[in-house]
Ligand binder design. Structure first.
Ligand SMILES: NC(=O)c1ccc[n+]([C@@H]2O[C@H](COP(=O)([O-])OP(=O)(O)OC[C@H]3O[C@@H](n4cnc5c(N)ncnc54)[C@H](OP(=O)(O)O)[C@@H]3O)[C@@H](O)[C@H]2O)c1
Length: 214
């Protein structure tokens, strides 16, 4: 399959590109710079900003699936002020996919948005999410609404639990609701990347959200 990874220079994005290549997909890495990518079989580079509908209209055609791994950094600016990068970027991606009949969207968002609001370990759900991530999560909520209202034939929302740089695990919990289950905890970026790449052909969570946690 031909897969576009949007946010490919990020920690998760870079690993997602590698995992998708490993699975035998042809991958286009879309980001504002192509830093750190050497030549690799099956890898193409596309430079662009998710805020630019033109950049995405140029990059999206010809792919079978798009994986979103981009997001705003947690810093003073995003703690203090609203951000709309995920909303705007996802609107632009969806519009380009619709215009060019690209059917499948795998949208990584975050624990604390949508169906996992109020979930996570105590510090995350009581301090980090409501205070430090307030603006970032508000943007993620709208991003998910854009995906759900996209009208695309195939979409899935993937919410990582709190991110770590630990080792990839294959025994993740896949949570689509939280009834009677222990709280989500953490998940390694490497595990998230492998899961996102697997969603290119695995359709069991389509049309909804799944939270992945150790
Ligand atoms: N911290 C947590 O516990 C947690 C939990 C769940 C989900 N998340 C979410 O996971 C996301 C990804 O994590 P990460 O570690 O991979 O983040 P990261 O390393 O900061 O990567 C963010 C990516 O987004 C890209 N990006 C940002 N603005 C862009 C724009 N305007 N156009 C194109 N690309 C743009 C960046 O590209 P450039 O290289 O061009 O800047 C980079 O590739 C975070 O944004 C966060 O919201 C975090």
């Amino acid at each position: 399959m031909k897969v576009l990874v949007v946010g490919a220079t990020g920690n998760i994005g870079r690993k997602t590109v590698a995992e998708a290549l490993q699975l035998g997909h042809e991958v286009t890495a879309f980001s504002r710079s192509s830093r750190g990518f050497g030549p690799a079989t099956g890898l193409n580079l596309a430079s662009g900003d998710v805020r630019s509908s033109e950049d995405l209209k140029a990059a999206v055609p010809g792919h079978d699936a798009v994986i979103l791994t981009f997001g705003a950094p947690l810093n003073r600016d995003t703690i203090l002020r609203p951000t709309d990068i995920c909303e705007v970027g996802t609107r632009n991606v969806v519009a380009a996919m619709q215009a060019h009949d690209v059917p499948r969207l795998i949208a990584m968002t975050s624990i604390g948005a949508g169906f996992s609001k109020g979930r996570g370990r105590w510090p995350f759900r009581n301090i980090i999410a409501p205070f430090l991530l307030r603006n970032i999560l508000a943007d993620r909520v709208v991003q998910e609404e854009v995906v759900m209202a996209s009208g695309l034939p195939e979409w899935v929302i993937v919410q990582p639990a709190e991110l770590t740089d630990g080792k990839r695990r294959s025994d993740l919990r896949h949570m689509t609701d939280f009834e009677g289950q222990p709280q989500p905890t953490t998940v390694a970026r490497a595990s998230v990347a492998a899961f996102l790449a697997s969603m290119v052909s695995d359709k069991r969570f389509d049309g909804g959200g799944v939270l992945i946690s150790d």
